[in-house]
Design a protein around this ligand. Structure first.
Ligand code: DMJ
Length: 643
């Protein structure tokens, strides 16, 4: 520090100050009290001056910002010829009239800052005027944009794969006027279901057609994954509802996001979402469906991280943590769930060239092959930690059904090359016929359930799909029992038709008995509901394709009329709680499988066989058609060079 501040105002040089007790002790005695007082006064004036200077000097940091923003005022050049002064590397143009400019600039800036503040305030006020939903929607849109951007960066392009021969995706128009009208009626029902979902449930998983709002169940987790959109796509496509298809595609492209903290059913997500997306991809050729299917499959893979490789029933899409249903026997996984992944997973490996999916399902198969089966039957429960069966309960309906279906379809989908799958199917069906299939006193063939060595004479609506499966598996059956299996299919179709015909609404109950004088009728109140399920109509369609017996179209039409009469409401279609009641109450749910399966099978029933011919297409358990893969010259070991 320089000394000027030490100069007394009078100019007289003062002796050094003694500010500390021991400083310059030899001077202490020389100062008198009055002098001390004057000195103190001067000192305090000096301190006040320094203080003031510190606060009132211009803030250099502000200057810096200002300088850097205004290059016409401060320029990093020295040009003394114009009388400019250099200030720390920057130049201030000729001080005099530039001071005026400087002030103007400051004023301009101040006004700008004020205007910006006012604008921000206005925007905030506008935001507050919006409803919560609108604000949330805006936030969601912003989030989606960020997610999409990230995904674009992450996603590697999938390898190009020659598509299998896609035959019969735009055909099927019947020549017969009556049949054409029926087909059109089914299309109209699809429009009604879709339009109402579009209006009241868009983006939600399903629709509540009476409350006219979105609906979901725990199988889809807690997020809006648009299950109805994905499930309905291929039905829309084959019906020629292309505008609706495009709407669905757009939603999927922009909104279907799997990075959500949501615990979903691996099985349901596989059959409805992956199956639906793959079918939509094959039919339309739109890449987005393939990309989404592969993204989703990646999210399901952590479910296989169990000690045995048998997947958990549920997985959290974000954390990858899996677990099983609380109600399943001894912490088991369910046969119909871990056994219904094969078709989709083989297609995923085919399309991506990545063997990971194929290996997962083949591992399950190998494990099952090694296990002992009581009476040759597969129990419905298998513990993924121990690899042991849970309760010995075998069913061709719920908990078991599509496992058998996928053995047969694995063989068909491989162009009949996967003979291992065919053998497993044949063995399983032989045991089922021996232990579970019986004739009632009234002559109705039914498939019961095996529970700990005892046959329960009850059949579920779900079990009715087996009629179609037997017919589909007839060709290629062991010992050339094709006729036998076609006959078995026809008998199951007949029994299931009876279960519809013996109700007031002509719609089938959830489960029906063959016991104590009861034949194909539900006994318990909680088994009398119909939730728009497809299985009976599915069997009619397969039987129609293999026999062309007109009774199947007749039965299908009866079911379609009953659905239209009793399940149709102005906001869509609803399940009914009691098919034996003349004034049924609604369950207020339009299931996604109604659009994926029930209406699709009805439409196919009234179409010519050249629409999705069974030699070229295999339907997954949610009725999503996947093309037969001609794998003879292809390996699924993941080497894309083979494609
Ligand atoms: C569908 O989701 C599938 O068909 C599944 O295999 C079992 N049944 C429902 C519809 O009833």
């Amino acid at each position: 520090m320089t000394t000027p501040a030490l100069l007394p105002l009078s100019g007289r040089r003062l002796p050094p100050l003694n500010l500390g007790a021991s400083a310059f002790p030899h001077h202490r005695a020389t100062l008198r009290l009055s002098e001390k007082f004057i000195l103190l006064l001067i000192l305090s004036a000096f301190i006040t001056l320094c203080f003031g200077a510190f606060f009132f000097l211009p803030d250099s940091s502000k200057h810096k910002r200002f300088d850097l923003g205004l290059e016409d005022v401060l320029i990093p050049h020295v040009d003394t010829s114009k009388g400019d002064k250099n200030l720390g590397g920057f130049l201030i143009h000729g001080q005099g009239h530039d001071e005026h400019r400087h002030r103007e600039e400051e004023e301009r800036l101040r006004n700008k800052i004020r205007a910006d503040h006012e604008k921000a305030l206005e925007e905030a006020k506008e935001k507050l005027k919006k409803s919560r939903d609108e604000i949330q929607a805006e936030i969601q849109t912003e989030k989606n944009k960020v997610v999409q951007e990230l995904k674009k960066k992450d996603s590697k392009p999938l390898p190009p794969v020659p598509l299998p021969n896609l035959i019969g995706i735009n055909s099927g128009e019947p020549a017969d006027l009556d049949i054409r009208e029926k087909r059109n009626k089914i299309k109209e029902m699809m429009k009604h279901a879709w339009d109402n979902y579009r209006q009241y449930g868009w983006g939600h998983n399903e629709l509540k057609p009476i409350a006219r709002k979105g609906h979901s169940t725990n199988i889809f987790g807690n997020s809006q994954m648009g299950a109805t959109i994905v499930d309905a796509l291929d039905t829309l496509y084959i019906m020629g509802l292309h505008d609706e298809f495009r709407e669905g595609q757009e939603w999927i492209d922009k909104n279907l996001d799997f990075s959500v903290n949501s615990e979903v059913s691996v099985f349901e997500v596989n059959i409805r979402f992956i199956g639906g997306l793959l079918a939509a991809y094959y039919l339309s050729g739109q890449e987005v469906f393939k990309v989404k299917a592969v993204q989703l499959a990646g999210k399901l893979l952590p479910a296989f991280n169990t000690p045995t490789g048998i997947p958990w029933a549920m997985v959290n899409l974000k954390s990858g943590v899996g677990r099983n249903w609380g109600w399943a026997s001894a912490g088991s996984s369910i046969l119909a769930e871990f056994g219904t992944l094969h078709m989709e997973f083989v297609h995923l490996s085919y399309l991506t060239g990545d063997p990971v999916y194929y290996n997962k399902v083949m591992h399950i198969r190998k494990l099952l092959q090694k296990m002992d089966r009581p009476n040759g039957l597969y129990p419905n429960y298998l513990n993924p930690r121990t690899g042991r069966w849970g309760q010995h309960h075998t069913s061709v309906g719920g908990l078991g059904d599509s496992f058998y279906e996928y053995l047969l379809k694995a063989w068909l989908m491989s162009d009949k090359m996967d003979t291992e799958a065919r053998k497993m199917y044949d063995d399983a069906i032989e045991a089922i016929e021996k232990h579970l299939i019986r004739k009632s006193n009234g002559g109705l063939t039914f498939i019961g359930e095996w529970k700990n060595g005892h046959l329960e004479r009850k059949m579920g609506h779900l079990t009715c799909f087996a009629g179609g499966m037997f017919a589909l598996g007839a060709d290629g059956s062991r010992d050339d029992k094709a006729g036998h299996y076609l006959q078995l299919g026809a008998e199951i179709a007949h029994t299931c038709h009876e279960s519809y015909d013996r109700t007031t609404l002509k719609l089938g109950p959830e489960a029906f008995k063959f016991d104590g004088g009861v034949e194909a009728v539900a006994v318990r109140q909680n088994e009398k509901y119909y939730i728009l399920r497809p299985e009976v109509i599915e069997t009619y369609w397969y039987m129609w394709r293999f026999t062309h017996d007109p009774k199947y179209r007749q039965w299908g039409w009866e079911a379609a009329q009953a659905i239209d009469k009793y399940c149709r409401v102005s906001g869509g279609f609803s399940g009914v709680k009691d098919v034996y009641s003349s004034s049924p109450t609604y369950d207020d749910v339009q299931q996604s499988f109604f659009l994926a399966e029930t209406l699709k099978y009805l439409y196919l029933l009234f179409s010519n066989d050249d629409l999705l011919p069974l030699d070229n297409w295999v339907f997954n358990t949610e009725a999503h058609p996947l093309p037969v893969l001609h794998l003879a010259n292809t390996t699924l070991s993941g080497n894309p060079a083979y494609r």
